[in-house]
Design a protein around this ligand. Sequence first.
Ligand code: GLP
Length: 283
Amino acid sequence: MRRGPQTVASRFAERMEQTPYLKHAAKKKAGQAAKRTEGENDMRIIRCRNYEDMGKKAANLIGATVIRKPDCVLGLATGSTPLGIYASLIERYQDKDLDFSAVKSVNLDEYKGLGEDNPQSYRYYMKENFFRHINIRPENTHLPDGLEPDSAKACADYDAVIASMGQVDLQLLGLGHDGHIGFNEPNQYFDKETHCVDLAPMTIEANKRFFASADEVPRQAYTMGIAAILRARCVLLAVSGRDKAKILKEALTGPITPEVPASALQFHPNVVVVADEDALSLF
Ligand code: GLP
């Protein structure tokens, strides 16, 4: 993938001026970036034939992390994109290829107001689509508490959980149509840590398919911040479908701006993009 005329370092420094809380990281990264030559990027893009192939390849990468480090910390995501990944991981667990008994997980987000008994909550999604099929210990799985009405408390509690886990070894991400990651919606600045977010109309529209109607989609969610996501050792961005092609191109090759939250991934030194032909149709 080619960069524009600016170097990685200059793009980084410029954007960081506008996101003061990341200045410290910027100094360090700008140093690393300066060593790269213009036009280079260490983001790896794995082109997959289709959704199924994407699921298998992403599961292979997650599986490799679990094999290499049985007590790893996995950052997990929801949405329809990861379903094939979880199905593939479950198969590998059933084949006795993978053991999750020492794995810890920390999810990106949860709808405010929804608890684990609500089939639309992400806690329910994770249990149904992944956790109950593998041998991960329930006490090792973490999501923000959607039933905590006090947003400040819910976010502070989740930040404490994240801090207690140590560095996330691999953070799985999907991509929203407006460029959101987790529930970090387009904004004037990159949100740092866990916060309560007002969901964008485009997100409510996209996610209403999981609810009886758009009216039932919660208007707020708790989400891990961009800074927390960027602290992961490795980020695995999974993207599928032609409807994501434009935003994927923008996120990976466009300007780094909080108006496209996923563009922050250009700051990260170890991103692997696993995407199908449709999602990569503009590359
Ligand atoms: C939700 C989640 C995101 C996810 C996005 C895309 O909004 N909070 O983490 O990446 O949906 O979902 P999908 O994979 O269904 O397109």
